[in-house]
Design a protein around this ligand. Sequence first.
Ligand SMILES: [Zn+2]
Length: 444
Amino acid sequence: MNKRETEVFQTIEEGRDRMVRLLQQILRIDTQVPPGDDYDKVCGILEERYRGLGYATSLHEAPEKYMRLSGAKHICLDGPRTNLVARLKGTGKGPTLHISAHTDLAAIQKQGWTVDPLAGEITKTSRYGKSIFDKGGGYIWGRGVGDDKGETAALLLALEAINETSVKLKGDLIVTANCDEEIGGVAGLGYLIREGIVKADLGIQLDGSMTGIGLSAMGRTRFLIRTLGKSYHGQVPILGVNAIEKMSKLNVALNDYWRNVLLRRKYPTPGIDFGEGLRARGVECPTGMLNIGTIRGGVQGATVPDLCEEEVLRGMIPGETYEGTQAEFKAVLDGVKSTDADLQYQLETINFREGYVVSATDPYALECQALIQEAVGVKLPFTGTLASTDMNYQVVDGHMPCVNFGVGGPYSNGHGQDENASIDEIIECAKAVALITMRKLGAQ
Ligand SMILES: [Zn+2]
């Protein structure tokens, strides 16, 4: 590292308290989704800070079309879908880098928290383990410290340090604080990239951990199935049509489809680790999945139910499109329908987001791996997940090579109760972001 870079790292260290205060401030705004209220408040705080650094900022509210595509009415979304875009024009020639972190939060469990999930308390240690980056700087607690407000704070700290050190970046930088990631990101980064509001050559998705560099994730489609029957007295069911019975038939077929067809559909990703737990179950790469997540129907034992409704989540491997997935899914249901004249069903899509993979031999991914190692002293492995992330929009729709990392590890309880993050780790994440930004955009 050169002298300027060392200075930036020092400035990051010195900004620790300011970073913690900002993080506490945004943690106290409840942006759980659904419903996803108050994105505008978080964006407002960040907008002011980026303006102060000389960034051109704009707020983008997803229009009705994207609300519909989000499945807003099924998911019960509420409030404006506000996204912040902050741009810093480069001083010379260089690529454009887009860095994204999301403003929404995973749902907060009503029970099981031993701290206030919206307070941002600080402790010396975490009883759930220790970050490998912990040098005694303590832990911060609350929903979002690891996913994804800790990353949001790390990103701002990195860019503040670059600014304070008077480093001039040659290429353009675009930062987004985008919403709704936890429910598919359609009205968040999906909207910004598909509408061409954000266009870049390279991407960083700050929505991962400091235990690996995420290069691949699954896509998913959320389906809603309804079976329609005919209500009758439950002691004379022979004269009714039982909607739950019909749904049971569909579920037998769906179960067979996923165990015998989807589980064999794989997308090999050499050099990308999906983790020991999955490996033990024979899954080493993106693999087709399906989950029957909810089922509802009927009023009582003595009435034949005329309606049954369930939600099914279909995990898509990279390359599987929504259209193909929907057609195949419908074919499974139609196969059952063709054997039963009384079976009537309706199929709706709540929303979808596709999967992606960046190759483990991609030059940008390898360069980021080396730069993160240079910044934090640890070579992070390339990893993949069966979950899905907004990096899809950067890779598939925006055609950017991209990497995903962030704050958190096994100790941090992401999405669980008592989410916590090592403050030293947030600082290290900021250094990794700063170094990639300076080297890729070119610093003067
Ligand atoms: Zn996240």
